[in-house]
Write a protein that binds this ligand. Structure first.
Ligand code: FPP
Length: 251
């Protein structure tokens, strides 16, 4: 108990600034499984546990939004069995993980083209969103069948249609209006853009994850594979964020 108290005190000293919105590219599940001579999908299973502990920790620390890259528009090109397995994760997520998240006042939301998801996947996510919709704590925002370029393309089409219909003057299009046509419009206004983006497994790319919203994000890359990412790794990432100077283009 004494050790825990000390750890907490130390933590609050290091983590003076808590990023309000953290984006996570949960990479390295396949490699984690391969290292253990297990099928790739076991890495995704372990990745769900990592996501659960990181979400609870983020919520305790006062993070407002956690957007996690669960499935990209490009991930459909993976072997059919793996896609099927990943698409079944939300079903397991609802039964096994949502109850604890709900107890922790976590609200689940989704961005991405959910109309293309298998019916059972779609329904499981819908149930998770509905069950937690009145929670006021951290928003766990799943990017599921999400692609940043597709998101921007959809927004541009909608704006073009409004202009064509005579409801919008081209001169009235500004950054705020574009942001209000992106999928992150469903997030609280102040927390739409991630302050910090974490990518695990040593890859140094954004991979079509929130390209518009990441304009001023800080990036944290770690070689840790996603299933090994835990509470301490999250604290490390936030501690590093505390050393960054965010100038948003100013001096
Ligand atoms: C990337 O690792 C990971 C994914 C494509 C899937 C991540 C999904 C989860 C952790 C669970 C999401 C939960 C729900 C409820 C949808 P990779 O397979 O690319 O790993 P590799 O680069 O080592 O091959």
């Amino acid at each position: 108990m004494a050790v825990f108290k000390f750890k907490k005190k130390q933590e609050t000293q290091i983590l003076e600034k808590i990023p309000k919105h953290i984006g996570i590219i949960m990479d390295g599940n396949g490699r984690w499984a391969k290292k253990r001579l297990q099928p790739r999908v076991m890495g995704h299973k372990a990745g769900m546990d990592a996501l659960q502990r990181v979400t609870i920790k983020a919520s305790e620390l006062g993070v407002k939004v956690l957007t996690v890259y669960a499935f990209s528009t490009e991930n459909w090109s993976r072997p059919a069995d793996e896609v099927k397995f990943i698409m079944n994760l939300p079903v397991e997520f609802f039964d096994k993980y949502v109850p604890e998240l709900h107890k922790n006042n976590v609200r689940v939301q989704v961005i991405g083209d959910t109309s293309k998801l298998p019916q059972a996947t779609f329904e499981a996510m819908e149930r998770a969103c509905t069950k937690t919709q009145h929670n006021s704590g951290l928003i766990l925002n799943f990017a599921l069948n999400y692609g940043g370029r597709a998101e921007i393309t959809t927004a541009v089409k909608a704006l073009a249609q409004e202009v064509k219909d005579g409801h919008l003057q081209p001169e009235a299009i500004d950054e705020d209006l574009i942001a209000r046509h992106l999928m992150t419009k469903a997030l609280p206004y102040l927390y739409r853009d991630p302050d910090l983006i974490i990518r695990t497994s040593g890859e140094l790319r954004l991979s079509n994850f929130l390209p518009w919203q990441a304009a001023y994000s800080e990036f944290y890359f770690t070689k840790v594979l996603w299933p090994d990412f835990n509470e301490d790794e999250l604290v490390k990432a936030i501690a590093e964020f505390n050393h960054r100077q965010r100038r948003f283009g100013g001096v």
